[in-house]
Design a binder for this molecule. Structure first.
Ligand code: NAD
Length: 263
């Protein structure tokens, strides 16, 4: 399937590693010009170079802290200054800390809202004038299955991700005639470096091997395995494509069937 991403420009936030990086690579391989951002100059430059090498597409590396308003604006503005356009915005960020619900303090709520809710809103508002000029404007927000299926000890994620779904659906409804589509993807367990580290720390805490920890997790997933970053990135690329032009306002789990409900 030709996704027709040649000549398109994608801004993929928080992409020095993990899901963001894999997504940036997939979009670049499909022919899009890509801008990526992260907080650390060296790490984001390394990611850009590796993606360029693998895709033969030009990649712009931007240093930006997405927990700040200015960082979100900088990422979008530098992308537009460099490429002259922005067609696809992939709003991603690092996850909030895991904490028991009653222990979370105000400062932690504010930090999570900044990083995992307001970053999406800020980037979308900054990108909107440019997306409106595209005939294939796409906003894809990366959230988590916790947005539909709240997980214990992840209240910061549960609440902020649900907020992102509300924002995405509202934008899809109110700007439905603009030609821009607004969708959210909800990853389930997907093997990234962060997940590998988590398996190791759970293994040490529980006194069992990392493989046993993983087996305990995947036993609850109908696919009986974790997803790959490639599978995740391919989903983003499809939603970013012309072929997905009539998909608007959805919250799509990519979780091997892990989410138990009907919606
Ligand atoms: P990751 O930790 O591997 O990557 C996160 C990226 O975000 C890194 O590039 C990091 O540098 C960047 N980042 C973090 N804080 C930032 C900030 N303030 N400004 C700019 N960049 C920042 O995580 P991942 O596994 O790729 O997950 C990406 C998102 O998807 C996270 O929000 C995570 O919670 C969510 N998620 C992941 C999984 C999974 O299984 N991997 C499942 C559900 C949800």
């Amino acid at each position: 399937m030709n996704l027709k991403l040649e000549g398109r420009v994608a801004a993929v936030a928080a992409a020095s590693k993990g899901l963001g990086r894999a997504t940036a690579l997939e979009l670049a391989k499909e022919g899009a010009g890509v801008a990526i951002c992260g907080r650390d100059q060296e790490r984001i430059a390394e990611a850009a170079q590796a993606i360029e090498h693998a895709s033969q597409q030009h990649v712009l590396a931007v240093v930006a802290d997405l927990s700040t308003h200015q960082g979100c604006l900088d990422f979008v503005q530098k992308t537009v200054q460099h490429f002259g356009q922005i067609d696809i915005l992939v709003a991603n960020a690092g996850g909030p800390p895991s904490l028991p619900a009653e222990q979370v303090v105000d400062e932690q709520w504010r930090a999570a809202i900044d990083l995992n809710l307001l970053s999406t809103i800020r980037m979308v508002y900054a990108a909107l004038p440019h997306l409106k000029q595209s005939d294939q404007g796409r906003v894809i927000a990366i959230t988590s299955v916790s947005a539909k299926h709240p997980l214990d000890n992840l209240i910061l994620s549960n609440v902020t991700r649900a907020g992102v779904l509300g924002f995405v659906k509202s934008m899809a409804n109110e700007l439905g005639s603009s030609g821009i589509t607004f969708n959210a993807i909800l990853p389930g367990w997907t093997r990234t470096g962060r997940v590998e580290e988590l398996l190791q720390s759970l293994s040490a805490a529980r006194g069992i091997s990392a493989i046993e920890v993983e087996q305990g997790i995947t036993a609850g997933i109908p696919a009986h395995r974790m997803g790959t970053v490639g599978e995740f990135a391919a989903t983003v690329a499809f939603l970013a494509s012309q072929r997905a032009g009539f998909i608007n306002g959805v919250a799509l789990q990519v979780d091997g069937g892990h989410s138990a409900g009907l919606l």
